[in-house]
Design a protein around this ligand. Sequence first.
Ligand code: SAH
Length: 250
Amino acid sequence: MTLTTRPLGHVTLAGAGPGAAEQLTLAVARALEAADVVLHDRLVGPEVLEMIGAQALVIETGKQGFGPGMDQDAITALIVAFARTGRNVLRLKSGDPAVFGRLGEELAALEAAGIGFTVLPGITAASAAAARLGQSLTERGRNAEARLLTGHDARGYAESDWAGLARPGAVAAIYMGKAAARFIQGRLMMHGAAPETPVTLVENVSRAEERILAATLASLPQAAAELAGPAVILLGLAPRQVLRPQEIAI
Ligand code: SAH
């Protein structure tokens, strides 16, 4: 008697970038063409989804960061189940899969199931947004570190090193920060941040509906109330003067 086992599939966990197809890496573009099954988050841009090969089964998981959607365990189970059928599975996340993308949980499940994987990086929202402002996330003499924060985590508004972030020159990219804007403003002010500290909100970066809202720490809550789509809040950065005509000051 011969026992045949179907070879396990392979899972590629890839970053789709902030939305525009031109911000994809070539590796991810190739993975989109080659996949048998694509499971993607809600924030993956429509231009990117159009690049998926016609043969692929496409499933939207709805999940984004810590937001609502398909339960993370259900998503993970689905990825593992498809891979077990020998398929070439592409797990597609917006931005970079390693930034607020629950990558670790999915990799742990694949490891436990003995399924091989590849991680392909993408352009994270902070990088794309800083590029639009014509600003550097780190700059000699100003800030030797830049932080990536989330506005909230599984327990509610997320705590951070507010004293460090309140220092002049501090730069942070705040993801999922809309609902937490007033909380973040309060914490920073409490730790001595200047109300005139520049804060720029970049909404739908790289997409047709992109908007840049130039605000200050004092006007952050009003600016956040204007947001309708996904936005990254850049604390400590203002758009360069040359970009001023395109942006909205709040
Ligand atoms: N992995 C993603 C982040 C996922 S968390 C990345 O690396 O970019 C979801 C948050 O990402 C959103 O709440 C928003 O803060 C940010 N984001 C994602 N796409 C964006 C876009 N096109 N423009 C602005 N912010 C975006």
